[in-house]
Design a protein around this ligand. Structure first.
Ligand SMILES: C[S@@+](CC[C@H](N)C(=O)[O-])C[C@H]1O[C@@H](n2cnc3c(N)ncnc32)[C@H](O)[C@@H]1O
Length: 245
């Protein structure tokens, strides 16, 4: 599944004290393998987003990937969308941005595009957009700033423009939440992570990744001004939502 990728061993060795998770150099180098082995149906979600993005992307507009990491989503989208669209990738990690630029160059990516290093906690200028993606990124934005960011996204989208929001979520009920998380860790074990890796990563993410419930995310999207919201993907504690202005 992850052939040709640098294997994620960031949490393999026991750490005296587990520091907060950072999207720095070490993580950027192994990030593509980390996502494939840590996010259920990641490749299928990417495929679905590209398929649906083609339903909403309009000529002459901009497509934004907020929290673009190494550029995987932009590369997936590229062959599915008309050529006269501009891509904008935003990420706050210089190491991710560097990796993204390397990957786009290696793939011979020739579409008009801009890769911007910026902190989404400060808000984001979105302009003439037909498609915006927040794939596993809003969960890293401070809760205080999430409403503002979504409102800016909605404002910057053209009429009938679309947002894809993929998030880790908390179960609506604590009983299911516990089960979902257990089965999620089973999946990580099946994908080759040890118990130590799983528990050290959980600790590292504790104060950094703040998940909401699916219905809380839905409410937030409606509050931001989206008229239509639906769920296109759900697997235990992960969800993909699509929202149209
Ligand atoms: C889980 S990754 C996103 C994965 C990516 N969208 C994909 O599907 O390949 C989260 C990304 O959000 C970025 N990020 C986290 N906090 C951010 C912030 N405040 N502003 C901008 N980017 C941020 C991280 O650097 C990281 O690259």
């Amino acid at each position: 599944m992850s052939m040709g990728l640098v294997r994620d061993e960031v949490f393999r060795e026991r750490q005296e004290q587990v520091a907060d998770f950072r999207f720095g150099h070490e993580v950027a180098q192994v990030f593509d393998d980390m996502l494939l082995r840590s996010v259920p149906f990641y490749a299928e979600m990417q495929r679905m987003i590209a398929e649906m993005a083609a339903d909403f992307a309009t000529s002459g507009s901009n497509v934004y990937d907020l929290g673009c990491s190494t550029g995987t989503t932009l590369l997936h989208l590229h062959p599915h969308l008309p050529p006269d669209l501009r891509f904008v990738g935003v990420d706050s990690s210089p190491e991710m941005i560097e990796k993204c630029r390397q990957k786009l160059a290696a793939a011979g990516f020739d579409r008009a595009h801009e890769i911007i290093c910026a902190d989404l906690n400060q808000g984001c200028r979105v302009d003439n957009a037909s498609v915006v993606m927040l794939v596993l990124t809003l969960q890293f934005i401070r809760p205080l700033y999430r409403d503002r960011l979504l409102a800016q996204v909605c404002q910057g989208l053209n009429e009938n423009g679309c947002l894809f929001l993929v998030e880790k979520v908390i179960g609506e009920d604590s009983l299911f939440n516990r089960l979902f998380i257990d089965h999620y860790y089973d999946m990580k074990r099946r994908n080759g992570y040890s118990q130590l890796e799983i528990s050290q990563k959980r600790e590292a993410l504790e104060n950094v990744l703040v998940p909401y419930k699916l219905l809380e995310n839905r409410e937030m999207l409606l509050r931001a001004g989206f008229r239509h919201v639906d769920v296109f993907f759900k697997w235990y504690n992960f969800t993909g939502m699509v929202a149209v202005k």
